[in-house]
Write a protein of this length. Sequence first.
Length: 68
Amino acid sequence: MPGKEQQIEEISETEREALHEVELGIERLHRAHGHLVAFHHSTGRAMNHLAAAEDLLHECDHHDLAEH
């Protein structure tokens, strides 16, 4: 059974380029997913702050501001 290094040597330069492009594509997908998760967390934190502000405005009898 051929070793891993021997198998790699048997692929063409075009195949190597294709594999490299796949690696780059997967890396970009992982990065995009990370940005999406970060956006989701930031949005959640912002909504928590706005909800806290709404509660505090209601406590101060600024119901009109709390509803905007």
